[in-house]
Design a binder for this molecule. Structure first.
Ligand code: GTP
Ligand code: MG
Length: 487
């Protein structure tokens, strides 16, 4: 067999954009100069305007008395900027030259006094010279097209800006630094290697050779499928971290759910009264902890409904319990019968795996009574109940601490592992897992090499879509349009 005859181009490589194609994309990319304010609109101490593109430096020069474009990259200069009408402002101008910038193009960042008027005049001055207002996310899109970031990293920029708590921030930062992309890249490379061997066999079909040892291929595909599915499954957790975990407050009417809801939020959101059946519809609010987010949901009290509205409210309570990450079952130790609470808990346990019991109105009962409740709850196989008085802020504060401990405990070590937080990535992983299954099934049913290669390639394609090596055009618009202008 003569290996000299092997295809000039390694099989599989054709799946990816070749360097020449990437440079075509770049040259198709408008080399025009874009501008946008990078800081939020409104009055502030300073506002930052960002200009990027071939003419960023020359446009800036034309607004100054003395040229700045010959100064070295990464230097800042305090200068007066002028348009046709006169002085716009004293500005601090930072230069990023020769591709050593966020976008990979010449970029100028201008800090001016934070007035809407100054910013508008500055934008107009650049636009009169030929700059164009940037589309949302266009700076990051250029960074991607110039190879400064891959797609997953670009998406992490959006997540980082949106992150509201430590855990979301940590995950976004890790993705931005390329941790997730590296994991995906490693999986893809392993698949690529085998695909090219299978494809090579096709070129030597008449010689009946097997470059890709089938038992090895099976092992590899199984291993990749397991890893891909573990990553995809991490999306459930990723989503909780990003969007917050739903925690439902459920219990009988008058148990004090709305009182506790308000106390935890420290605001008067839900109506509280001693009339049973006060809350009719579920109310949701965001509870921000240092490390994570809870979506707290106050619900209608569970009992035999007295009218259709209440009946619908109670149905919704159960729907929330089924969907939520966890349920706090609240009970009024003063009036609730042990047997009633027990019946409720047995019913809740069927609907959700995470029920924690909060025994409320601690101020109304003594220690022996509490002990009775403790015994009933633990006898059902549930964790020890928490005792609070929803009317007493000190007690609510303690409960907040306990909640934080319990949730953070469950999230420990998460920031060190790779967690998928993006629905597009989860879908791509799902597709990859399906293709791997087709390869495995195909090996059992004796699928021909070219069909195996087809499924392998499709699997690679879905992984490559995550970091953006292929199929770029369709996904680009969808991703970058979600950015704010100036990013
Ligand atoms: N003594 C005492 N009373 C409380 C405590 N917490 C709540 N209450 C009172 O219990 C009554 C019912 O409180 P809510 O918060 O409206 O009860 P709920 O569970 O939301 O009731 P529904 O919306 O009808 O299901 C109100 O009068 C509260 O002031 C507590 O810790 N101790
Ligand atoms: Mg209520």
């Amino acid at each position: 067999m003569n290996f000299q005859e092997s295809p000039a181009e390694p099989a599989g490589l054709s799946l990816f954009l070749r360097a020449s194609e990437i440079s075509t994309m770049k040259s198709q990319q408008p080399s025009d100069t874009i501008i946008a304010r990078a800081t939020a609109a409104g009055v502030g101490a300073i506002a930052v305007v960002r200009v990027s593109g071939a003419a960023a430096l020359s446009f800036t020069d034309s607004l100054l008395k003395k040229s700045i474009s010959e100064k070295p990259s990464h230097t800042a200069h305090l200068r007066s900027m002028y348009d046709g009408e006169g002085l716009i402002d004293e500005a601090l101008i930072t230069l990023f030259k020769g591709g050593k910038s966020y976008t990979g193009e010449d970029t100028v960042e201008i800090s001016v006094h934070g007035s809407e008027y100054i910013v508008a005049r500055l934008l107009r001055a650049y636009m009169e010279r030929g700059a164009r207002l940037a589309e949302p996310g266009e700076f990051t899109q250029r960074a991607f097209l110039n190879g400064k970031l891959d797609l997953a990293q670009a998406e992490a920029v959006a997540d980082l800006i949106a992150s509201e708590h430590r855990m979301a921030h940590d995950l976004a930062l890790k993705q931005l630094k390329g941790g997730f992309s590296r994991d995906i890249g490693a999986l893809r490379d392993r698949l690529l290697h085998f695909t090219s061997l299978v494809e090579l066999e096709l070129d030597f079909a008449e010689e009946d050779v097997e470059f890709a040892e089938r038992s090895e291929l099976k092992l590899l595909v199984e291993r990749i499928q397991t890893e891909v599915m573990a990553l995809r499954d991490s999306f459930a957790l990723g989503n909780v971290i990003k969007k917050g975990l739903a925690l439902v407050l459920a219990g009988r009417p008058n148990a004090g759910k709305s009182t506790l809801f308000n106390a935890l939020l420290n605001e008067d959101r839900a109506i509280v009264s001693d009339i049973a059946g006060t809350t009719r519809d579920a109310i949701e609010a965001q509870l921000n902890f240092e490390g994570f987010l809870l979506r707290l949901i106050d619900t209608a009290g569970i009992r035999e409904a007295t009218d259709v509205i209440e009946q619908e409210g109670i149905a919704r309570t159960f729907a929330h319990v089924e969907k939520a990450g966890a349920t706090l079952y609240l009970l009024d130790m003063g009036v609730c019968a042990l047997a009633d609470a027990e019946a409720d808990l047995l019913m809740l346990k069927e609907k959700t795996s995470r029920v924690w019991v909060v025994c409320n109105k601690m101020d109304l009962v003594d220690e022996p009574a509490r002990q009775t409740w403790r015994e009933m709850v633990t006898s059902l196989g549930l964790e020890e109940p928490w005792f609070v008085s929803a009317r007493d802020l000190v007690s609510v504060q303690a409960l907040r601490g306990l909640l934080e401990e319990r949730f953070l405990g469950g999230l420990e070590g998460v920031a060190d592992q790779t967690v998928v937080t993006n629905v597009r990535h989860a879908e791509s992983l799902d597709r990859c897992a399906t293709e791997m299954q087709s390869v495995l099934d195909g090996m059992v049913s004796g699928l021909t090499g070219d069909l195996l290669a087809f499924h392998l390639r499709e699997g690679i394609r879905s992984l490559a879509g995550i970091t953006g090596e292929i199929g770029v055009e369709e996904i680009l618009g969808a991703i970058f349009s979600k950015f704010c202008i100036g990013k």
